[in-house]
Design a protein around this ligand. Structure first.
Ligand code: ADP
Ligand code: ZN
Length: 436
């Protein structure tokens, strides 16, 4: 079986990757300066000329781009080639505000699909596989990205898009799907419906899943793997940089290899913008070195994570990023304490609850209220008597206090009380934002 989609690139010696990146960076900066007024202005304001960028070491001289720049330059301001050379537009999901659009030439689509094909092959895909893509199709990059990658691998591709869960399961069974692509929250929901329909993992032929587009915990991975009888691989990406496949997990299932022939990754201190050494946690920044239509330089993702160049047992040499902890703007500050939804998910799954939960934050007077609605599984619900309910809630509250350092109110709810997601799950309802 094929271990890599493009072995000569994926296992290139680190020194060679760095040379390639330097060479491509120098060309890309000249190209962007020449063709993009918006970025040229930022470089001019910072007093940087293309000639100042001679290689990787000079990257830090370049100005950053942020989502605000993309919103300001919307729609065409950051396009670096004529629209007649573009063949596609995709758009962000708008999770954190107004959507932004990204443009692709045919060359850009090809390299994006190569990245997705690398992810699929790393998860074991080949011509013999049936790949069911239930990421949304359309403006969202999830569906089109994995779809294109699956074609490149030569797998039999089922372009399901999201939703219609029963039909997803029927097709999965009828067509003997072997690889599932969707958000982790949707994979958990598919597993739940499968069992509710009276089936188990023995009634399906799935062997692997490629799940991304939202943060998910190791506990969630175990939950999905055991319910569906598969290996669950993480995949990361963002529309601004191309889409899914910027990085992906290999057989080690411990961090995602970044496709370094196309993207240079840096970690910066989100407060000062200073570049941090490898191994430190900070904000992930990407520079796209091969794209034609929408090549962003030093784009601040707001995703918090750590990079590592430790050699990987899979043989790939590209740098790895850990699972992003969430976006810096996903972090809730409740009563002055930093809280990540992923910490709450970890506690819930460790304590034996379902991954169906919602976090509700509000402010009454000067005080933040903090509640967690947690749905019980059918068997748990049937077993719990009134007294046990109170006890179970108390136990869960103290586990939360242990992890978070602050006390939430916890409500254990009947099965199906929390809305399921077909795409990115909405875990947090922060009403304080509405009052501001
Ligand atoms: P939006 O920013 O509107 O959600 P995208 O659909 O382009 O638009 O989503 C990209 C973002 O999704 C990333 O910046 C990151 O926050 C999140 N994301 C994508 N893949 C993962 C993953 N595997 N783990 C955690 N977060 C992810
Ligand atoms: Zn690896």
């Amino acid at each position: 079986m094929k271990k890599y989609f493009q072995p000569e690139i994926e296992t290139m010696p680190v020194e060679k990757i760095k040379e390639l990146q330097s060479e491509r960076l120098v060309k890309q900066v000249a190209y962007v300066y020449e063709n993009n007024k918006y970025y040229r202005k930022l470089m001019d304001e910072k007093g940087v000329k293309p000639a100042d960028i001679q290689g990787l070491d000079d990257l830090k001289k370049l100005p950053f781009l942020t989502k605000n720049d993309l919103r300001e330059a919307y729609p065409y301001g950051l396009l670096s080639c004529p629209t007649k050379d573009c063949v596609r537009i995709q758009s962000t999901s708008g999770t954190t505000g107004r959507r932004v659009v990204a443009f692709y030439t045919q060359h850009d689509l090809d390299l994006w699909e190569d990245c997705c094909a690398r992810a699929l092959v790393a998860a074991g895909a080949s011509e013999d596989d049936v790949v069911q893509v239930c990421y949304g199709y359309g403006l969202f990059t999830g569906g089109p990205g994995l779809h294109g990658g699956s074609h490149k691998v030569g797998s039999l591709t089922i372009p399901m898009s999201s939703g219609n869960t029963e039909r997803q399961i029927q097709f999965m069974r009828d067509l003997d799907t072997t690889i599932l692509c969707c958000t982790p929250s949707y994979a958990a929901y598919l597993a739940e419906r499968l069992y509710e329909m009276g089936c188990t993992k023995d009634d399906i032929r799935l062997k692997a899943g490629i799940f991304g587009a939202e943060p998910w915990t190791e506990e969630m991975r175990h939950e999905i793997e055991s319910k569906l009888g598969i290996k669950a691989y993480d995949i990361y990406g963002l529309t601004e940089i191309s889409g899914p496949g910027v990085s992906f997990e290999c057989s080690e299932q411990n961090g995602m290899h970044i496709n370094e022939d196309h993207f240079i990754a840096e970690i910066i201190d989100p407060e000062t913008g200073e570049v941090l050494p490898e191994g430190e946690e900070g904000e992930l920044v990407f520079t796209s070195i091969t794209k034609e239509a929408f090549p962003l330089l030093r784009y601040r993702t707001r995703d918090l994570c750590i990079l590592s160049r430790k050699p990987c047992s899979c043989g790939r040499t590209h740098i790895k990023m850990c699972k992003p902890k969430g976006r810096s703007d996903d972090m809730l500050i409740i009563r002055g304490v930093n809280v990540f939804p992923s910490q709450i998910e970890t506690v819930l799954l460790k304590e034996g609850y379902t991954p169906n939960y919602q976090i509700l934050v509000d402010r009454i007077g000067n005080e933040d209220t903090f509640e967690i609605n947690v749905e019980l599984a059918q068997e748990q619900f049937a077993k719990l008597k009134d007294d046990d309910f109170v006890k179970a809630e108390k136990k869960l509250v103290s586990a939360m206090v242990g992890m978070l350092g602050i006390r939430p109110r916890v409500h254990l709810l009947a099965p199906h009380s929390v809305v399921r997601s077909e795409g990115k799950a909405v875990r947090v309802v922060d009403k304080r934002k509405l009052h501001d």
